[in-house]
Design a protein around this ligand. Structure first.
Ligand code: HEC
Length: 414
């Protein structure tokens, strides 16, 4: 599993911080949709949350990922929480979030592909053990392909949205960064009547230090896997969108013109000046701590990940380093060509005939050799007509370049 070395340094960074405010409810939630870097929506898996800082191992709440890739978990309070998302076949996703009281925090989650299951932790022998009328504990055996287990041996109570950490039967390991032993793991006592428990609603997962998790089981020792579905909107190989850098910062980039982009750092003090793209090469200039900086990046798209990768340099001080951006979300596309046409053009032009309204009918405009004015048909001429107007048509110079492009695409479809 090649990407594993990045796990702690890098995977923890795939985190845009968005807020979705829902005024109607007075309860605190974290919710999200789990998509994968190779364009799928996860259809099975679990989520566990620890109170406070990520990796402090105080697991408390959790739940199940639905077949639509969504999860929604009630939290006892707002504040900082460490979120862990697990799905078989993908590397797990740890991230620090801050949740506002009485709000539903929406967290986009992108899981990288786990290219091999040979090194995955393997669970077996999941058992429930009665400890009196209203108490029980859970046990499981854990093996690991490459013997680098981490501290996350988890049981999730999907019905009550709770999570519990299991520790080695011989006692917990003090250094949580150390490799944990293979063997039997046990939980502390859990309140509840074991005889009335629905074991199908309990889930068990283990992760290693490279963010690999293997098969996720329910309390009946059955795998809960179901195949991911194609993402209706896979991440596009283009610069506009939401990105996460290797410095734990989130950026939004938008189109500013042909091969030109603008953008900003969403929480931080780096100012994006200009971004130019030439083929797969990207020139990025910015200001950080009052110093001008430049970066040369390349856009690298594979089935598994959309990245911009390269290095930055501050010419004055000579400071430099590696820069890596991972795409998390597509930029929402502006209004479609059809909508733009309805709003701006339909008062004067038919699209389903060549009859004149105020201006000429535009049906099959691009399928003719000449425009109604007699000029040869070309995208450039039609764009010019839209921008500048003329012959009784008002100019539409206020429309953005990509809106004009969208209009032209729409006219070509008529
Ligand atoms: C107020 C009425 C009006 C609106 C609104 C309008 N047009 Fe026109 N349009 C005209 C007229 C009049 C002409 C004929 C111009 C000419 O004969 O030179 C025309 C011509 C055109 C032509 C043909 C140009 C050529 O060289 O023959 C195209 C294509 C066109 N319009 C597209 C659009 C689009 C796209 C929009 C919306 C962004 C739009 N028009 C909005 C009135 C309008």
């Amino acid at each position: 599993m090649k990407r594993g070395i990045y796990c702690l340094l890098y995977l923890a960074l795939l985190i845009p911080l968005f807020f979705s405010v829902s005024w109607a409810q007075a309860e605190t939630f974290v919710s999200g949709t789990v998509i994968t870097a190779d364009g799928m929506v996860v259809a099975s898996g679990v989520v566990a949350l620890e109170r406070g800082e990520l990796h402090n191992n105080e697991f408390e709440t959790g739940g199940v990922i639905g077949s639509d890739g969504k999860f929604k978990i009630l939290l006892p309070s707002g504040g900082p929480w460490g979120l862990h998302v697990y799905s078989e076949g993908y590397l797990y996703f740890p991230l620090q979030i801050t949740v506002k009281e009485n709000q539903d925090k929406d967290v986009p989650v992108v899981l990288p592909v786990d290219s091999s299951d040979k090194d995955d932790p393997r669970l077996s022998d999941i058992r429930f053990e009665k400890r009196g009328a209203d108490r029980f504990r859970v046990r499981m055996t854990v093996r690991d392909g490459n013997d680098n287990l981490g501290p996350q041996m988890l049981a999730i109570d999907g019905a009550n949205l709770k999570s519990y950490r299991l520790v080695p039967v011989g006692g917990d390991v003090a250094d949580k960064k150390a490799d944990f032993p293979e063997g039997e793991y046990v939980s502390a006592d859990i309140r509840g009547n074991l005889d009335a428990l629905d074991r199908g609603q309990w889930f068990f997962v283990a992760a290693d230090h490279q963010c690999s998790n293997g098969v996720i089981y329910n309390g009946l020792n059955q795998s809960v896997f179901s195949s991911p579905r194609p993402n209706p909107e896979p991440l596009r190989c283009e610069i506009p969108g939401i990105w996460k850098s290797n410095f734990d910062k989130t950026y939004r980039f938008i189109t500013a013109g042909p091969d030109r982009f603008a953008g900003k750092q969403l929480e931080g003090d780096l100012t994006v000046k200009e971004i130019y793209r030439k083929g797969d090469l990207i020139k990025f200039s910015f200001v950080f701590e009052n110093e001008e900086g430049q970066a040369d990046l390349s856009l690298i798209c594979s089935d598994q990940m959309i990245e911009m990768k390269g290095s930055f340099l501050f010419p004055e001080s000579g400071r430099k380093g590696a820069w890596l951006f991972t795409k998390l979300q597509n930029e929402m596309r502006g209004p479609s060509g059809e909508t733009l046409f309805k709003n701006n053009c339909a008062v004067c032009h038919f699209t389903d005939s060549n009859a004149r309204k105020v201006g000429p009918g535009l049906q099959e405009l691009f399928k003719s050799e000449r425009l109604p004015s007699g000029k040869p048909v070309s995208e450039a001429e039609v764009s010019r007509q839209i921008k500048e107007g003329g012959g009784g048509m008002p100019p539409f110079g206020h429309l953005k370049d990509d809106e004009i492009r969208a209009l032209v695409e729409y006219l070509k479809s008529l």
